[in-house]
Structures are given as C-alpha cells and as structure tokens.
Design a protein around this ligand. Sequence first.
Ligand code: ADP
Ligand code: ZN
Length: 304
Amino acid sequence: MSYAIGIDIGGTKTAIGLVNEQGQISAKVTIPTDPAISPSEMVVRIADSAKSLIQDSGVKAEQISGIGIGAPGPLDTAQGRIACPPNLPAWRNFPIVDELAKHFSYPIRFENDATAATLAEKWIGAAQDAEHFVFITISTGIGAGIYMHGKLITGASGNAGDVGHLVIDPTAGHCVCGQDGCWEYIASGTAIARQASELLDREVTTKEAFDLAAQGEPAIRELVDRVFRYIGIGCVTLINTLDPQKLVIGGGVSQVGDPLFQAVRAYVVEHALNPSGRSTPIIPAALQQDAGLIGAAALVHIRY
Ligand code: ADP
Ligand code: ZN
C-alpha cells in the first residue's frame, strides 16, 4: 500500500493526514494555523506533525510516495508560492514548497484548495464518472475547480476557478477584491449571515437564516430566495462557459441541502442557454469534512 501526506492549509486550521492510495485517511491531526507565528515556523510545526503521524502509524518511509498541499489562493503554483491570501496576510509570497522541502525529500505537489477538493470528488466522490465537471464550494467564500476533458484545469499560475469574484450584481456593495457585487460578496455563507443580521438587527448565523427562512420569516425568506437565485445565476454562467456534464456543489452552505439544490436546478432549467445545459445534473459533493485533505493527497496519488 502506498501513502501520501496530505496537507490542507486553512485560514484557521491546518489538517495533516496520511492517506492511502484508495483515498482512506489512516491517520490525521489538525493544528491551528497560528497567525502569531511566522509561516516558516508554521511549516516546522506541520513537518513535525507529519513526522509524528508517520512514526505512530508504522508506515515506512518508502511507502510514502509524496506530499500534496492544498492552500487558499491566490497562489503561484509555478513558483510554489502562496501569493496573497486574504485570510493569511503574513503568508504573502511565501515559498511554501521550498520551505517544506527543507524537511522532507518526497516530491511535493501544490494546488489551490478548491482545485484539490475537485480532484478528490473525481477520485472517490460525486464526479467519478465525469470527464467534464465543475466543483463549486460555497462556504466562507465561494470557489470552484474545473475538470474538463479528463484533466484538472489549473491555469498558468494555479488560480483557475476563482469564480467567487464573478460579478453578479454590481449594485450590491463592495467586495474585498475591489469590485462590486461579486458572487461571494452576495451568496457565500459569510454574505448570508451578514445580510440576515442586517435585516433582523441582531447576530444571525447562516444556519439560523436558513432555519428562519424554512419557518417562513418573510424578510429572511426573501433573502434566502435571492441568494439561491444568485447561486443559480453563477451556475448558469459556468454551464454556458464550460459545458460540464455535471456541477458538484459542496462547502458548509451546501449542507442546507434540498432547498438550495431544488432552487438552483429550477433556475438552471429555465436559464441555461442550450438545451443540454438546462438538464445539467446539479448534485451535492460526496466528501465534506475531509475533502481538502483527501484532495491534497489526491494530488500525489492520481495524475491530473
Ligand atoms: P470553510 O469556509 O472554512 O472551508 P465551511 O465549508 O464549513 O468552512 O463553510 C463555512 C460556512 O458554511 C459558514 O458561513 C457557515 O455558517 C456555513 N455553514 C456551516 N454549516 C452549515 C449548515 N449546516 N447549514 C448552512 N450553512 C452552514
Ligand atoms: Zn470580489
């Protein structure tokens, strides 16, 4: 059995795991992504954690075929750098691949976290049968990965799929990227909580907003319907642009389930341009919690 070390770096926590060639996690540990220490020190912690995992698991060094890293973008994968992550300001231009290579001699693969999760859905998830699909994650932000003609489409610098900054409604307010009315500014989990809190003049979580909408709270219901329409609009753009066989939607917000999927399917049936696009299956991701970790390992285990 061969193993990969998967490393999923997030804004608040970093997961490190040993994942076998069937996509099963044999061992895993999660450590905080500590903003108080330098990224090089953080890499030392990651490397130490990975070494302990290997030691405790009894996996031999020669059974490990490589290290896969998934990290939040923007990145420069050609240079092995994290470029300018909004949630990790200290990591600007950080050469993560070279730093990690100081600790290990295994080959290192490195991609955007949504891209890695896309590969995981192809490998053992909801898109195993698809040669052309888009994975969309609706979570704190919105991101996507594109898999077309049997290949992962990463772009020149590893940033393909940054669909969270498609402009959907330019009248909707100012996004961190400098544009107005980006998809994630109006339809991410963060966006739902922000707008629901404004409407009710108190702190409302995304989950609570969905619950209130289901109970028929009129203002929140209108908000949630609008958000679902925005998600539909983004999906139509992706279908019209890329002609996928299916769309796979994951991320925390997708856990609301049927109401979201039904609304998005209804929008797509009506608005995708070509008849085959209108019937594009829109399905939930199969991997939730560990998608990033399995995706990072997939970068090592499968050709993409
Ligand atoms: P991350 O962005 O760190 O990858 P998640 O994919 O868990 O994290 O997404 C977090 C977002 O999903 C938050 O906005 C959170 O409120 C929302 N969320 C988490 N669980 C649910 C749920 N069961 N229903 C609706 N929204 C959820
Ligand atoms: Zn934006």
